[in-house]
Design a protein around this ligand. Structure first.
Ligand code: SF4
Length: 627
């Protein structure tokens, strides 16, 4: 049955056929599909056409809540043709756990801490527990609520509002619905964090071999998996462990060695690593550095050290149990200290690089170079579908994730090529040496930005290759010189603040948005119609040449043959393509991107035209037809 709920456009039918065939055959598929191909609806349609009635479950993984919303909206449309049960799953937060909403101290708890506290709340004392929202579920007609989810396809806020009225826990109620769902929309951690995945599989009541996993924005996945596997510990964490040790009477974890004694020794090791190995932002340390130093300084064997680490973890568990009974956030810094030391000593040299990272809050970091192990669910499931608008070169992605014998295909945007103009200039570059040694490089870039912004009265985004470069522009008063209202994406901005900035920019006319290529604005946010018509990309977002990046390059050279291409060039190219992609979100959108860096001419996936006069080209483009 054809489940596609709209009129086909461009390659949509071909993409659906490809996905349906791959899922039917139990194979994985890796697809780059340009803007306008309707990635969400085509992947859902293809997977559902193959999976409905087979007992297999579609797990649609997203990074953001807005992507999850899109899935539920598309299922609503598909359900007009055939009944599809989709459940949106979110982690515990103040909206999905009403107990948390009542206690602001819990707002910053990790999912693991909240899960522990939840189990404590749910413990029965007679016929009731400490969580009335949980008890209400047990005394209600679950089927009635499952029918509501099945028939109404509520968005998560609608479901939370429904539960609030009935004093039910949304998080627990969703778990009851999962075994009945055809599609589950969930954030990445439900599949890629092993301890969360174990619970998730139990709730779903199907083995992983019966799951079809769709990964949205898959270009982010390799780095996300590296982050998940990376193990690190900072000076501030050490200070917190020290304070907690003192607060709990600084117990001995082995004869003559208290928690604070061990903290002091690890701090000495950190100071030594900083003085001996830090070179710029970070430095490689021998993988056995910390273990050797601890053995040396404490006069202990590795077996005794392991016992000490375990002692810290066990003491942390005592702290956690006491906090749980008091219904406090079950957090332990001493336990986390022990877990770090255990994990650090288990990191193997082939997969991890050991680093000391400098800055205001220095840290030890065992950076995971290889996402292969963490990508295991994509290899163990029935079929996986990885999609993104910027996934080329596809073979690199498949290789990195370890998807053998997968189908790889690229589908271009169905929108007219005439609607997007890509220009670059060849007399500037943000290359570090060039900016430092060639006079006027920075001034020329500045002048280009000012002139380009002023040459047409259009909503314009200036995408900087780094926050540092954007800060330099701001410090030099460029926002005042461009004579337009300027909005800023700031480091570490809360999501709500960022969305306020974005909606003010969208609602304005002829204003400017200073943001960062690879930041939250350049990926995942839509600027249709006149919301953004001109994009200026200042420089190429190559990562800083740190020891970590050098290690990643070496690793990629060993695994894939070309380290620089794989670890530096391809990620930068994807980030730029994402930023440029903000301009054209529908078939009627028109826009120009000007790249202020000559090095873009070597990036084969960005088809740019050289210009000597970008302002004139921009004016000419907009003088033909209005967006
Ligand atoms: S049962 Fe629900 S409301 Fe109660 S603590 Fe757990 S997640 Fe929160």
């Amino acid at each position: 049955m054809d489940l596609f709920p709209y009129q086909y456009k461009g390659d949509q039918q071909s993409i659906i056929r490809l996905i349906k065939k791959a899922v039917t055959d139990g194979r994985s598929v890796v697809i780059e599909s340009g803007t306008g191909t309707g990635k969400t609806v085509v992947s859902l349609t293809g997977a559902l056409e193959a999976a409905l009635g087979t007992g297999k479950k579609i797990i649609y993984l997203t990074r953001t809540k807005s992507q999850q919303k899109q899935i539920i909206s598309e299922v609503r449309q598909i359900s007009k043709k055939v009944s599809v049960f989709c459940v949106g799953l979110q982690g515990r937060s103040s909206s999905t756990c009403p107990m948390m909403a009542l206690d602001s101290d819990l707002a910053y708890g990790t999912s693991e801490e909240l899960s522990k506290l939840c189990s404590e709340y749910k413990k029965k004392n007679g016929s009731s527990s400490s969580c009335k929202f949980y008890d209400t579920i047990e005394n209600t007609d679950i089927d009635l609520h499952i029918d509501f989810l099945k028939n109404e396809h509520p968005q998560s806020e609608e479901f939370v509002a429904y539960c609030k009225k009935k004093e039910l826990c949304p998080y627990e109620l969703v778990k009851y619905a999962l075994p009945h769902a055809d599609v589950v929309a969930a954030p990445y951690p439900f599949v890629f964090m092993p301890h969360v995945m174990d619970h998730f599989i139990q709730w779903l009541s199907v083995p992983i071999s019966e799951m079809i996993i769709i990964v949205d924005e898959a270009h982010n996945l390799p780095n996300y998996l590296r982050d998940v596997m990376t193990c690190e510990y900072s000076l501030k964490s050490l200070e917190l462990a020290e304070k907690e040790g003192k607060d709990w009477k600084d117990p001995e974890i082995c004869k003559g060695l208290s928690v604070t004694d061990l903290v002091a020794v690890v701090r000495e090791c950190m100071d030594l690593a900083l003085s001996e190995y830090l070179d710029g932002d970070d430095g490689v340390i021998p993988s056995t550095f910390l273990q050797d130093e601890l053995m040396d300084r404490l006069g202990m064997s590795s077996v005794s050290l392991t016992a000490i680490y375990k002692g810290l973890v066990d003491f942390g568990e005592i702290i956690v149990s006491q906090k749980k009974v008091q219904h406090k956030l079950p957090r332990t810094y001493v336990g986390a200290f022990g877990r770090f030391l255990m994990e650090w000593s288990a990191c193997d040299e082939e997969t991890y690089i050991s680093l000391i990272v400098g800055g205001e809050n220095p840290k030890f970091q065992a950076f995971c170079l290889d996402p292969y192990e963490a990508a295991e669910p994509l290899r163990a499931c029935w079929s996986s579908i990885s999609m993104s608008g910027t996934l080329e070169p596809l073979a690199d992605y498949s290789h990195e994730i370890g998807l053998e014998d997968c189908i790889e295909e690229t589908f271009p945007t169905p929108f007219s090529k005439e609607n997007l103009k890509l220009l670059y200039v060849d007399n500037v570059s943000t290359n570090f040496e060039e900016m430092k040694n060639i006079p006027d490089t920075y001034e020329n870039i500045k002048e280009y930005v000012i002139k380009l912004v002023r040459c047409v009265h259009k909503n314009t985004a200036v995408f900087f290759s780094s926050y540092a470069l954007m800060d330099r522009f701001i410090a030099d008063g460029v926002p005042e010189l461009i004579d337009r209202e300027v909005f800023f994406e700031r480091r570490g901005m809360l999501q709500a603040e960022l969305m306020d900035v974005v909606s003010d920019f969208r609602a304005s006319y002829g204003s400017v948005l200073f943001c960062v290529t690879g930041g939250r604005i350049s990926e995942g946010l839509d600027f249709p119609d006149k919301d953004m018509e001109l994009a200026i990309l200042v420089g190429i977002p190559f990562p800083k040449p740190t020891a970590k990046v050098a290690a990643l390059q070496r690793y990629c050279a060993f695994r894939f043959g070309n380290g620089w291409e794989h670890a530096v060039k391809v990620p930068a190219m994807r980030k730029m393509r994402q930023a440029i992609g903000r301009l054209i979100r529908s078939e009627t959108d028109r826009g120009v991107a000007v790249i202020l860096d000559r090095r873009v001419s070597t990036m084969e996936d960005i088809k740019v035209e050289l210009t000597k006069d970008p302002c004139k080209e921009v004016q000419t483009f907009f003088s033909y037809g209005q967006k």
